[in-house]
Structure formats: C-alpha cells, structure tokens
Design a protein around this ligand. Structure first.
Ligand SMILES: [Zn+2]
Length: 440
C-alpha cells in the first residue's frame, strides 16, 4: 500500500514551488540510458516536475473534478501541476475578451498553477462545421450555434494571450488521416508558415497578457497580480508531418529554425497503430534540441505515457482519464499473474481496464485498486461505484475521473522516481540551460 498524503482541500489554492529559475527554462537533472529525462520546467505560475502528465480542462474545468481536488491528487499529494484548456471552446464561450477582462483563465477558474492552451486548430478541424482553409487562416462555423468565425495564426495568438495560459501553442493545420505524403507535405507547409506568423505576432504582443492587471471587485486573497509583473507566456512550436519520418524531420528542422522555447509533436494518436506513434515520436525526438521541453499532444493510455516519458518526452496530455471515467471505464494495476494487462514489463506493472458497469461488480466490496491511495479507493467499493453509474448519479462520473487522474499522476510519479534513480552514465548532472532566443 502506497503512503497516503492526501489532504482535504483547504481554504484557498495550493501553489507550486515559486520561481527560483528563469521562466521557460527546463533544468534537466538526470538523463537515463533510454533517453528519458528528469527535469524541472519553470513557468510563470510555478515550477513543474517533469516528465509531467497534464489533465485536460477543456472549458476551464477538468470535467467533474473540482480544482481543490486536482491540487491534491497523486500518492505524494503534489496534485496536477499543469493543466490544459482549449482555446476554441473558451473563445466561443464565455469569450476571450470577457476572460481577459477577468484577468485570464487562471483567475476565471481559480487555478493558481501553470496552464497550457492549445491553438484552437485541432478543434476547428475536428468540431467546427463548414471549414474553409486558405493561406490566411480558417473560416468556420461554431458547433454551438452555427455562427461564422475566422481563425488566423495572429488571431489564435491574440485569443491565447487574452486567455493567459503559461504555455501557448502556435496555430497549425491538422491534416485528416490517413493522408497521402503529398497532402501531408502541403498541410505541413501551411503549418510552417503559420508557425512563423504566430511567432512574429506573439513576440510583438506577449506583454498584453492580463496577469498583472488589477481586476475591479476581485477580492480573492490568493491572487496577487503584482507577482506576475514582467513575466511572459511561452510559445511552443508544433512539429507535424503525419506518419512520414522524412516529413517529421523536415518539420522539426523548420520549427527549430524559427526558434521556440519548447516543441510539441502533433498529429499523432489519431487512429494509427501504436508502433507507428512510437516510431514517429522516437524519430522526431532525435531532431529536436535536447535542452528544450518536448511535448507529445493527445496521448495516451497509462502504459503509453510511461513509455514515451522513458523515451525522453517531457510533457503529455490526454482526455482519456476523465472521458473514460465518465463512461464507467477505470484503470487499475494488474495483480501478479493476471492476464490481459497492457504494457507489463519487469519494472512497470501492467495496466488493466475495468468496466465498472459490469454486473460482476454488483457485490464487489473491494476498492478499484488496492494499491491506490486516492480518495475514491480509500473510501468506496466497486459495488458503490457500479451502483452510482447504473443509477446515472453524477457522483459516479466524478469518482471514476478522480481515480483515473490519480492513476495517471501516480504513473508519472513512478517514472520520475525511476529516471532519478537511473541516470545515464555520461549525462552531466544538473544542466542549466539558457532561455531560448526571443526572436521570431
Ligand atoms: Zn484510486
């Protein structure tokens, strides 16, 4: 049984370590033989222990899980260190100008830790209706009310600066899958042009982030706008190139040429076989600078995030823990000799997926996972969770999501401990890296 450090959410927010380092700098303490790195990424709202898993807070909420609970999840009680919010959703509702007036998404949702926003591109291409793509940007209709909108790289940056996440993403085109080499290369060219325009606009306007502005009527004691004076957001570039290694290489090269303080690998986990995802990540990592954070967008199952972290990925996000939780799917560690576990290795226990609505659990008084110290496993039985799900009680979705998030955060915590314990024999300890050049 893992020790339990969980504390009930108290008054106010729990901040992460303060900024002892320069915002945007990744300090790598150890690099393991497989390429995995143990590091600390300093951002305006705190220092993030890497590799890190980021829960997705689509519309300024990690669905069904309250912020105070998010801050205390995980065996060590560290909580979610960095969460993601979706630009497209917040732009449509409640609107980025309204959020700017309130001081940014952090203040809107009472989250005083680091945050990342995507560029809006992925949702425009996957959710919006009647898209029209030109070299200038994308015209689309809202999936909510059919209203007409236009996103260009400049507009995506303006919206993301108003939202005020610590890390923002360059606007990119997401190609449909499967796509031919020619089509992927054409789309990638657009992504490169848009990345350059994103960078130029961002550098000219990043001082407009609303963090330091006093907001009339905001009497919450946790938030001191003055502490953010002089702090800036960080813009990451996105490597595209589909499932073609030569295009991934070209894309990584172009992104590095533009110059960003961090790089994401996009367009993966969109239906391709897992070996292809792994291969594209491995190849792309070779072409990205070792001293910058590397972020794989939208992956994956618990055993996948552990695997990619061991390969040298520093940041990952996925809707799976909460989406699966709302559908009654929970993850647990396989017991010795149990069949069907994914990703079991000598050092990492296998992962099993349980469908909590199955009749098998109707009288099952055990917790989801006897080795889990989350607030759900300490208190509630499978039988109760099944009952909540079958009865359509909202608490069921919340409890399943809390457990799944803890499962993901604990997975990353174990990988961090493992990387710390097994440094590469030739790796220098504690590499201090200068921040990226600010040029576009
Ligand atoms: Zn649990």
């Amino acid at each position: 049984m893992r020790p339990c450090y969980w504390q009930p959410p108290g008054n106010g927010t729990r901040a992460l370590g303060k900024i002892a380092h320069v915002n945007g700098v990744l300090e790598i303490s150890t690099t393991a033989a497989g390429g995995g790195r143990r590091g600390r990424l300093a951002l305006a709202h705190g220092v993030v222990e890497t590799p890190v898993f980021m829960p997705v807070g689509t519309a300024a909420t990690v669905k069904t899980v309250e912020q105070g609970v998010l801050e205390t999840l995980g065996a060590s009680g560290l909580g979610a260190q960095l969460i993601l919010a979706n630009t497209y959703h917040l732009y449509l509702r409640p609107g980025h100008e309204r959020i700017r007036r309130m001081g940014g998404v952090h203040r809107l949702m009472g989250w005083n830790r680091p945050m990342l926003t995507d560029s809006g591109g992925f949702q425009v291409f996957s959710l919006a209706k009647l898209r029209r793509v030109t070299a200038d940007g994308v015209e689309f209709r809202s999936h909510l009310d059919g209203s007409k909108h236009f996103f260009s790289p400049e507009h995506s940056m303006a919206v993301q600066i108003a939202l005020g996440a610590d890390v923002v993403m360059a606007f990119d085109e997401c190609v449909e899958t499967p796509a031919s080499w020619e089509r992927t290369r054409e789309s990638m060219g657009l992504t490169h042009a848009w990345a350059h325009r994103s960078s130029v606009y961002f550098e000219a306007h990043k001082h407009e982030v609303p963090w330091a502005e006093a907001v009339k009527g905001d009497a919450r004691r946790d938030y001191e706008p003055a502490q953010f004076a002089g702090q800036a957001q960080r813009l990451f570039g996105i490597v595209q190139g589909g499932m073609y290694a030569d295009l991934r290489r070209e894309s990584a090269g172009r992104m590095v040429e533009i110059g960003f303080p961090g790089y994401a690998i996009g367009g993966l986990a969109v239906g391709e076989p897992r070996e292809v995802t792994r291969e594209m990540i491995a190849r792309t990592l070779e072409w990205l600078p070792r001293d910058k954070p590397r972020y794989v967008m939208g992956v994956g199952y618990p055993d996948e995030i552990a695997e990619y972290a061991r390969m040298g990925v520093d940041m990952m996000d996925c809707v799976l823990p909460t989406r699966a939780g709302r559908h009654g799917l929970v993850f647990r560690t396989a017991e010795l000799g149990e069949d069907g576990a994914a990703g079991a290795t000598a050092t990492y226990p296998g992962v099993l997926r349980m469908n909590i609505k199955r009749v098998d659990y109707v009288d099952d008084e055990r917790p989801i996972d006897a080795g889990c110290s989350c607030l759900v496993c300490r208190r509630y039985s499978r039988a109760y969770l099944r009952h909540l799900f079958v009865a359509g009680e909202p608490l069921g979705a919340m409890l399943n999501s809390v457990h799944n998030l803890q499962f993901y955060l604990d997975t990353m915590e174990r990988v961090r401990a493992e990387l710390e314990a097994a440094p590469h024999p030739n790796a220098p300890r504690l590499t201090q890296v200068a921040p990226a050049s600010e040029s576009g």
